[in-house]
Design a binder for this molecule. Structure first.
Ligand code: G16
Length: 555
């Protein structure tokens, strides 16, 4: 009924946040929710608030999370994404509804779409609903929170504003809230509880006498939310067990966010961030703007830059956790699997399959895809090459770990570490702070420096480019190809195949970004100069062919 007070309230409230003029473009729920220039977002965030309220009602009143962040994007962007009750990304079937609401043209249109959503999704209007939310350090976050609160109030939704937090902290809070009082409580429902859980688990991994950090780890926080949150985490960890030196923590200078620093910059530029002061072999890391990604790197003598990216973290974790499973006597019961995307370096895949003898599954880009594939394994290790990932312990694996009676001290030691790691590693999403502790634990247990870590295999030379085309939505990959092949525009892939065939171990693919207005081109080959050459030719093809889409009347 159109006269219902809730629908009236939504109609009135949304008038304060009129839809911005996006020209011919529609809003789309991309790789990580809606993401674009912050000034285009208030109306979208309002509709996301409405959808989260519906989602909570549909999920029996469980808490739904909303994160306001544009993560690795430039400071002037912002974004918004929805977190489901277990702390995972919102179920994909709902993305369609998110897009539908976001694209309503006027207040009446939005009210009507909202009512229709409720009908189509068979939601009982009176059901309980609750939403929690947080944002990164971007100044535009404040205005977006206003739009969000207006939507939550209009839809009669209870909410908690957790202020500034990392994306993985918000995911943690969602799961912790919804499991509170159950037999699978995830942790205390507060950001403090998050630190306490990580710190306790970390200390439990340090039961082995010789396990000591080999010197401090340097953390470039991308001048984002990772800086204050890591400072808080450090207060919970004794310095003789964990020492981190924070770099790029200028959150009061918003334009420095992700600017010449941070995980995305270091990974794509393959060079050290601004304010790098490392000596040869020092262990450095970079987080991204919302602290869900981390990459490691160091310089050899003579300043040769060496990157230890998400693939390296995946192989290190899979190797070590696999070893613990075997050593604790659970090898027959628990199997490990690894999930990667097309961006994974071919050498890492080969190492996982041939040396670690583990299965690798490929999914399209986006944690939401990798996460689900990993959740099907007993223990699923998933990482994107860009440093976004985690390790999931299934209920089955956790049960086996709880029940197992170790037969020797060696088995007991391995089991103790394994249990501690399952608490240390964020089970909801990739988490830079948790991954940082994980890597530090593994390196100290193995008594490895970055040198031994790097020597496990040699990366194929590679490069990632970003090309601004007129309309990235015209680029569609072949379904089921995990984005390795392009279906449209039809002329590109055949031309690429001819080019790639000329290079030894050459591999290259093109896909539209889901977070930036660009097309990404990735290439790798046996020789660095071949990568350059190959990418030069492919880029030319992409620009020439996609040039057909220039619509002169737009400009
Ligand atoms: C987001 C996603 C990642 C993805 C990245 C780039 O990262 O969460 O899974 O790899 O965007 O995606 P695309 O190539 O589609 O632009 P973040 O850290 O920005 O949230």
């Amino acid at each position: 009924d159109i006269m219902e007070p809730e629908f009236e309230a939504v109609l009135e409230a949304c008038k304060q946040f009129p839809r911005a003029d996006t020209g011919k473009k529609d809003y789309g729920y991309g790789t990580a929710g809606f993401r674009m220039r912050a000034d285009l977002l208030p109306s979208v965030v309002f509709t996301v608030g409405l959808l989260a309220s519906l989602r909570s009602r549909k999920c029996n009143g469980n808490v739904i999370g909303i994160m306001i962040t544009a993560s690795h994007n430039p400071a002037e962007d912002n974004g918004v994404k929805i977190v489901d009750p277990e702390g995972e990304m919102m179920s994909e079937e709902w993305e369609w509804y998110a897009t539908w609401l976001a694209n309503a043209r006027d207040p009446e249109g939005l009210r009507n779409s909202y009512m229709q959503c409720m009908n189509q999704l068979r939601i009982l209007r009176e059901s309980p609903r609750k939403v929690i939310f947080a944002r990164d350090t971007r100044p535009s976050g404040e205005a977006l929170v206003k739009a969000l609160k207006a939507a939550l109030e209009a839809s009669g939704t209870e909410y908690i504003d957790y202020g500034i937090a990392t994306t993985p902290q918000l995911h943690y809070l969602v799961r912790a809230t919804n499991t509170l009082g159950s037999d699978r409580e995830y942790g205390e429902v507060s950001i403090e509880g998050y630190y306490k859980k990580l710190a306790a688990a970390f200390m439990n991994t340090m039961h082995i006498e010789y396990a000591n950090q080999a010197g401090p780890v340097y953390v470039d926080c991308a001048n984002g939310v990772g800086a204050p949150q890591l400072k808080e985490l450090l207060k919970h960890l004794p310095e003789d067990k964990f020492k981190a030196i924070i770099v790029n923590d200028k959150i009061d200078q918003p334009d420095r966010l992700n600017n010449r620093c941070g995980a995305d910059w270091v990974k794509t530029q393959q060079r050290v961030p601004e304010d790098f002061t490392g000596k040869a072999w020092d262990r450095w890391t970079s987080l991204d703007g919302d602290a869900d990604r981390i990459v490691y790197y160091f310089c050899e003598e003579g300043s040769v830059f060496r990157l230890l990216d998400g693939d390296r973290i995946a192989t290190l974790a899979a190797d070590y956790i696999g070893e613990l499973v075997t050593k604790s006597g659970l090898g027959e019961q628990i199997k490990l699997g690894v999930v990667q995307t097309a961006y994974a370096n071919g050498a890492s895949t080969k190492y996982i399959e041939k040396t670690l003898k583990l299965k690798v599954e490929f999914t399209p880009t986006g944690v939401k895809h990798l996460h689900h594939a990993a959740a099907r394994q007993d223990i699923g290790v998933y990482f994107e090459a860009n440093g976004h990932g985690t390790v999931l312990f299934s209920e089955r694996a956790q049960k086996a770990m709880r029940k197992h009676q170790p037969q020797s001290t060696a088995q007991l030691n391995a089991l103790t570490t394994l249990r501690a790691l399952s608490n240390l590693i964020n089970q909801t999403v990739g988490d830079a702070l948790s991954d940082l502790l994980l890597v530090e634990v593994i390196l100290s247990h193995k008594q490895w420096t970055v040198k031994e870590w790097l020597s496990t295999y040699s990366d194929l030379p590679n490069k990632l480019l970003k090309v601004n085309v007129m309309d990235r939505n015209k680029f569609i990959t072949v379904p089921g190809s995990a984005e390795r092949r392009l279906e449209r525009p039809p002329a590109i892939q055949p031309r690429m195949d001819e080019i790639i065939a000329k290079y030894r171990e050459g591999r290259c693919f093109v896909r539209a970004s889901g977070t930036e207005d660009a097309v990404r081109i990735y290439g790798e080959a046996a020789e660095a100069y071949d990568v350059e050459d190959m990418l030069g030719h492919v880029t030319e093809v992409v620009i020439n062919i996609s040039g057909m889409f220039i619509e002169p009347w737009v400009y």
